[in-house]
Design a protein around this ligand. Structure first.
Ligand code: KG4
Ligand code: ZN
Length: 332
């Protein structure tokens, strides 16, 4: 079965072709057009500019993806229909609807968070998923394919959003995650005593706005930042965020006893988070498997949407193109 996956929920236009059978899914092409240059001057995603860029790029991405995959016969069209920025979702959903109509193909709407989860090769259930992106920070317990229990989430900013905002405070470029982690490699994570919000609460929720505000107050005291100051602040902030993510994940794993822990979403590309999470799981939960997608599959892309569609491949879920709609607050 060949599936076309379309992703436009935020600032990446993603189109992929994936070939799936009972054993696994093979990615034939996975084209992502990034909008970093469009949003960099603003230090964050501007929804209407993102939608405009999706509109400009989506047709070209499809053309490239089809060519790379050598024009396979398409059996199903999968499109992210939420959660996300509504002007952006509407571009992808409308494009998918038009293709479904013109090509007379079935279409299925896919939840973006589910896409991030399925970027992993899911095998041993129950699985504890830590989803960390620019829009989400969630701990989800997955008992089987399609069976989710949200056990914790951020009460304010997403962790990726905090990386982006802290980068802006330090005068660094957008997106903040990659540049903060690069600077952090050269810095001292103990240089600044930053808060670890909600680290000791009994629930599995997160909060990152206080951490961001602590960095704001620290940086306000300085007129100019030296290279050393930036590196130390980046390392201290990154470590504070990692401590909270790891602490809550391990606590949830001890309670729910999953067979596997997975990490996904853009922030899962963070090397230090991956390294520290791996070490602590090995030490404290040696029987639990740990899996992270390939870095290219961590950030938004069309392949994760197409793969999810394969596991939801029930005709009852296929909709006529007339009935597919976008929902900015779509729940799992
Ligand atoms: O999943 P994603 O591509 O888009 C959303 O669904 O939000 O995640 C983007 C987020 C951005 O906030 C970006 O700063 C963050 O992922 N990110 C990172 C790294 N690479 C990307 N955060 C920390 N370390 C990284 N290496
Ligand atoms: Zn995402």
């Amino acid at each position: 079965m060949n599936i076309l996956g379309i992703e436009t929920s935020c600032d990446d236009t993603g189109i992929a072709l994936v070939e799936c059978d009972k054993k696994n899914c093979r990615i034939l092409s996975n084209v992502v057009s990034s909008q970093i240059k469009v949003h960099a001057p603003y230090g964050g995603v501007v929804p209407n500019l993102a939608a405009r860029a999706h509109l400009e790029n989506i047709g070209l991405c499809l053309k490239q993806a089809l060519k790379k995959a050598k024009y396979p016969k398409i059996d199903l069209i999968a499109v992210t229909n939420g959660p996300g920025l509504i002007p952006c979702l509407l571009v992808g959903v409308n494009f998918a609807k038009a293709l479904a109509y013109a090509w007379k193909k079935p279409i299925i709407g896919i939840n973006h968070i589910e896409g991030h989860i399925y970027a992993n090769n899911l095998k041993n259930f129950p699985i504890l998923c830590l989803i960390v992106s620019g829009g989400h920070t969630q701990l989800i317990l997955m008992k089987d394919h399609g069976k989710y229990e949200l056990i914790g989430q951020t009460r304010d900013d997403a962790v990726g959003e905090a990386f982006d905002k802290v980068a802006k405070l330090l005068g660094l470029s957008y997106p903040g995650g990659p540049i903060i982690s690069e600077k952090a490699e050269k810095g001292n994570p103990q240089a600044f005593d930053l808060p670890r919000p909600m680290i000791n609460t009994k629930d599995f929720d997160f909060s990152f706005s206080g951490l961001k505000t602590a960095v704001l107050y620290e940086t306000k005291r300085k007129k100019k930042f030296s290279e050393e100051y930036i590196n130390d602040m980046a390392a201290s902030f990154q470590q504070a965020a990692i401590d909270v993510l790891i602490n809550k994940t391990i606590k949830a794993a001890k309670k729910y006893k999953p067979k596997t822990i997975i990490l996904s979403g853009g922030v899962a590309a963070n090397q230090e988070l991956k390294k520290q999470m791996k070490e602590i799981i090995k030490k404290e939960l040696p029987k639990t498997q740990f899996s992270i997608p390939d870095s290219k599959l961590c950030t938004d892309n069309g392949a994760m949407i197409a793969i999810t569609a394969y596991y939801k491949n029930k005709p009852a879920l296929f909709k006529s193109w007339v009935k597919i709609n976008a929902n900015a607050n779509l729940k799992l």
